[in-house]
Structures are given as C-alpha cells and as structure tokens.
Design a protein around this ligand. Structure first.
Ligand code: MN
Length: 414
C-alpha cells in the first residue's frame, strides 16, 4: 500500500486539528471574478456558470452588484430566481439604493461592504472611523429590516487597526449581520501572519460566522485561505481559475484540491467536473489559463523529462500528488529534448507496435535531435500575437473611448 510508503505530515502531525466540521465555499467568480480588467459576463453566461457551480455543490455564491447596471441587475435577478440550492448573494455598498437593488433582485443575502483601514479611510473614503461605523450599522439594519440575510464585509481588513475592526464587526453583528467577511484586499498576508491575526480577531469578536476573502498579489491567496480554514474559518472565498482584480483571488480548484488531497477533507464539491468548469470559465472570461497553473493548467499533468516519465509510468504517485482522472483530466507525455526511453516504449506498446531496444534508442535520439533544432519563430510569433491581443482586445479600444467621449460632447485630443 502506498499509504505505508509516503508521509503526509499535514495529517500525521495534526496540523488540521483546528479545521471546522464544515467548510462552505463562497464563490466569487461572478462578482470579483467579473471585476478582472476587461472581463464581463452576459446574463446567460452568469446563469451558465452559476448552474454549473451549483451542480458541483458550491454553497454560497456572490453573483454581482445589482446596482452596477441594468444588465447586471437582470443577471443577478435571473440567477436568484433560478431555484438553485446555493445561497445567492448580491453585493452592496453601504448605500440604501444598493441594498434596495439587492432586495429587488430577489437575492437571499447581501454582502454589504465598506473599507476599514485608516489608509482607505483617509485617502479613499475621506471618512472618520465613527462615520464608517455609523453607516455600516445603518446599512446592516436596513438590509435586515428589508428581509435580507446580511454578510458584513470590510475591504483591507488585514491592514486596519484591530480594535477598530472588532468594534466595527461587533456593532454590525449586533445590527443583524450573520457573517463577518475579512479581506486581504491587496494580498499581503502570509499563512503564519494569518494564524496570529485570526487569534487576535477571535479574542475580540462576538460570536459570528467567519469568512475570508484572499487576494493573490504575492501568490499567497490559496496558502492564506488554507491557513484561515486551519484556524476554524468556515467560509473561504474563491474564484474559478483564480480570476479577479489584478492577480486575482484564491483559486477555487486549488483550494478545493488542497483540502481534498492534502487535508483528506471532503469539501462536498463534485471534483470530477473541475476541469470542465475551469475550461468553461476560461472561454467565457477570455482569460487564458497559464501553462503552469496548478490543477487546471496545460502542464499540470504533463511530463517530458526521462526520469519523471519513467517514474510516472511505473507509479503515477512518484511525480503526481493526485490522480488527474479524479478531476476529469488525462496525463500527457511531451516528446522533446529531455525525453527518455520509457515513454517512447510506452507509446509504441499502447499503439500495438513492437520495436527492439535499439530501435527505441534510435527514436529517442531522433526526438532529441528534432526538438533541439526546432525553429522558435512560431513560438515567438504566438507570444507576440498574444501580447498584442492583451493590449487591444480587452476592454474598449482607445479609438472607441474617444468615439464615446465625442458622443458625450467631449472632443478627443488633437
Ligand atoms: Mn476582492
């Protein structure tokens, strides 16, 4: 049994002892994911993604900010009325018209957000802490009184004054918010910082369900979210493929597989559809998966080097920490400069072709020779084309901008 041959210290050393009994994924693809520069979803696309997430067992999804536009309102309302099992959330600023739009869109819950760090208060909101507290409480009460469940969200929570954070959340909890969503808005936490910080939070907070919204600016989002879960946070936020503002959010597939594989924790998510979901969101968002993206990237289960391919052919666990078939993927062997005998022999065998060891050696040599002399022209052109598209395809073009400005009576620069 391989279990006897490999250690998993996450399990063996009881690192998971603080894990909550139930982790519920709060999906943000349709809200923060749509805030990825240049990305927008139509009503039908939002419905399609929401249905798939619901089918896969996602418990909560924030599907948009109804006040943003008429289309957005339509999309949120359509998802809310689709009869999904998940709790459907609409986001709102601490503004009555935002909350009214959530009520009219028939969502189950509203996530009311306001910034709370002194930095955001001074430069962005130009508000005092007292004012923030006052409008936050008013908004929570207003939403509650209009029949909505309330999650209270603060932007930039992890860079704010701890005592103020506690005062603000405790006041909002008393005003009816049933969940506290804590945000690492610019992705500056680390797992050990999370552990310390959540300890401080728990000492100061009145009992409330905790949720964490992580960003990936320094590549820490998944690790920080797992640290939060280890500390008992029940509701981590995710987006499919990790899309979102700037470098994006905690990636859904990475967090789910982190819990399933490393923590041996059943998330209740149907992981067999992970790859299908990922490629669907890739197409609808227009944000291509990076080649080396964990779980769903093109290379996540590809091997070229001789030693690795040989190991994987003998026992996949040697160089693959999970079974790609579990998430609806297949393993690939790439033939190139680092190819060895094993995958060549394997390919011939699977095709029902017999060859002598000498012939296999000759094929390996031929592959290396061909690979090392491949022209890079095509590759360079592809990268150039991709950059060009990135520059001009997303969002509206410069020309379109000035055409719109002209319609508004503003003349373009000479
Ligand atoms: Mn965010």
């Amino acid at each position: 049994m391989e279990e006897d041959l490999v250690h998993n210290y996450v399990l063996e050393k009881d690192i998971i002892k603080g894990l909550p009994d139930k982790v519920v994924i709060w999906e943000e693809t349709l809200r923060d994911g749509e805030q990825t520069p240049g990305v927008f979803f139509t009503v039908d696309e939002k419905l399609k993604i929401a249905k798939m997430l619901d089918d896969m067992g996602v418990g909560i999804m924030d599907v948009g900010i109804p006040v943003v536009s008429k289309e957005e309102f339509k999309a949120v309302k359509a998802v809310a009325n689709e009869g999904l099992k998940a709790t459907i959330v609409g986001a709102a600023r601490t503004v009555k018209s935002d909350i009214d739009a959530c009520v009219d869109a028939d969502v189950d819950e509203t996530s009311i957000f306001i910034a709370c760090s002194d930095l955001h208060l001074k430069y962005k909101l130009q508000m005092t802490r007292e004012k923030v507290l006052e409008i936050a409480v008013e908004s929570c009460e207003y939403a509650r009184d209009h029949g909505l469940d309330v999650s209270f969200v603060t932007e930039d929570t992890v860079r704010a004054d701890l005592d103020f954070v506690a005062e603000l959340y405790n006041a909002c909890t008393e005003a009816g918010a049933k969940r506290a969503v804590l945000c690492d808005t610019v992705g500056v936490m680390t797992p050990s910082a999370m552990r310390w910080w959540l300890g401080e939070i728990k000492e100061r907070f009145k009992p409330v369900q905790l949720s964490f919204h992580g960003h990936n600016d320094l590549g820490m989002a998944v690790a920080n979210s797992l640290a939060a879960v280890e500390c008992g946070v029940e509701i981590p936020h995710t987006t499919v493929n990790g899309i979102g503002e700037r470098s994006g959010n905690t990636s859904f597939e990475e967090l789910v597989m982190g819990l399933e594989v490393l923590y041996d924790y059943r998330t209740g998510i149907d992981i067999s559809k992970l790859y299908e979901l990922s490629t669907m969101v890739e197409e609808i968002s227009g944000i291509p998966l990076s080649i080396n993206k964990p779980i769903v990237g093109y290379n996540a289960f590809s091997h070229e080097s001789g030693i690795h391919a040989d190991g994987v052919l003998k026992k996949t666990l040697t160089y693959e920490p999970m079974d790609c078939a579990d998430i609806g993927r297949t393993r690939k062997f790439i033939f190139g400069k680092h190819t060895g005998h094993a995958p060549v022999a394997d390919k011939l065998e699977k095709a029902g072709i017999s060859a002598t060891p000498e012939q296999v050696t000759k094929i390996v040599e031929g592959i290396k020779e061909r690979a090392e002399h491949t022209e890079k022209k095509e590759q360079v052109e592809f990268i150039k084309m991709f950059r060009e598209m990135e520059e001009h395809r997303r969002g509206i073009s410069d020309k379109e901008f000035w055409a719109i400005a002209k319609d508004a009576g503003v003349n373009p620069p000479k």
